[in-house]
Design a protein around this ligand. Sequence first.
Ligand code: ADP
Length: 442
Amino acid sequence: MNDLVLRAVLQLVWLTIAGFLLNLVFGVETGLAFFGLAAAALLLYHVSNMGRLARWLEQPTPGQVPRASGAWDQLFALLYRYERVKNHDHQELAKTLVRFRQAARAHPDGVVSLDADNRIDWCNDVAEHHFDLNVDSDRGQPIVNLLRQPEFVAYIEANDFSHPLELNAARINSIILSVQIVPYGDAQKLLLSRDITRLEKLEHMRRDFVANVSHELRTPLTVLSGFLETIRELELDPQRTRDYINLMSEQSRRMQTIVEDLLTLSTLESAPSPSLDERVCVAPLLARLRADATALSAGRHRIVLEAAGDYDLLGAENEIVSALGNLVSNAIRYTPDGGEVRIVWRATSAQAEFAVEDTGIGFAPEHIPRLTERFYRVDRGRSRASGGTGLGLAIVKHVLNRHQATLDIHSEPGKGSRFAVHFSPRRLVPVVAAPAVVQEKR
Ligand code: ADP
């Protein structure tokens, strides 16, 4: 028997005894009247406290448990303690939920929690962006009503979530998502989405690259093996054999150049950034570029060097020579005989420009964004015929990136091109013995 009931029974027993004693002393009416009145008062006390309890239970406001005297006070005190513990647990739970949601919100991937009927319960900002959802207005909506791509609907319906699904983002078609459902709890699910656009692009580039390299090497290899077969099978006169061997060594040189360029690119990709300690003396560098251009042109072009500014560069000399040399050799290779190639160097303390201008074949501006891609050529036949690998400008771009320099390209078909490299002041250092402004023409 609990305390309240025991105390109520005891109170009744006391009332009965007191009524009985009054009956003995003052007669039966007085005894009965006392008992009746006291029992009614007791009943009123219990009923009113029961009413207060019932009212509180209907709307259990935390911290507002009713107070009373006597047996009910003890009961309300117990209730108050219980309510405090519950309230504390509730607050802890709410804090955990907030922390969980904050963690899910901070997650770099999209997270949508779905109930047993695949209705949206909650989602983070990334998921809102990926699926064009709104956590407030879309709560309770079936996910397939909002994500209607047939492949996603089929994925949900198949109920096999062992593999992720690739999907385009709802609003921005160019974003590729990897979407996976993870069941949890009784029948709830988490819908996770990850932006894999960059990975996909890299994968695409990797596939293209392998295909391009294979294609580039296959052509000279086919020629080589064809000639070898011919020499082995046929009785050829010595002159023809020599011609074939010459053609074969041309093809093997070509393969060698491609492989060397590929190795250069891979070294550039993996090597640490060039230091700021190495000085590249610009005057001898320009003289060397001019000499190389003259040798490559073999008198077919007018070559002009214009240089102004008493600054040297800081960086890796071999890389800078290779990048600027590529621009000069392109200008010679893509400029018909009789044209002009101008090498320009202008340096001030604020910036330096190295430019190669030519009066060559040029190209339409739409090629410019892709020109530094590996194996991209405006005219494949012409590039090959002039000994190009399609990797020169890719090397230039890498070297310039590593030296925080930029490349500006201007060109007009039939009129010529201008490739300008801009070095930042961080990469410039005054020459030790300042040379006079050079103005050379040939
Ligand atoms: P390639 O070995 O084919 O020259 P590059 O990467 O050096 O490869 O250049 C890519 C393409 O850019 C070339 O195939 C050519 O079409 C174009 N190009 C580069 N430089 C010039 C230039 N000075 N004039 C005209 N076209 C050029």
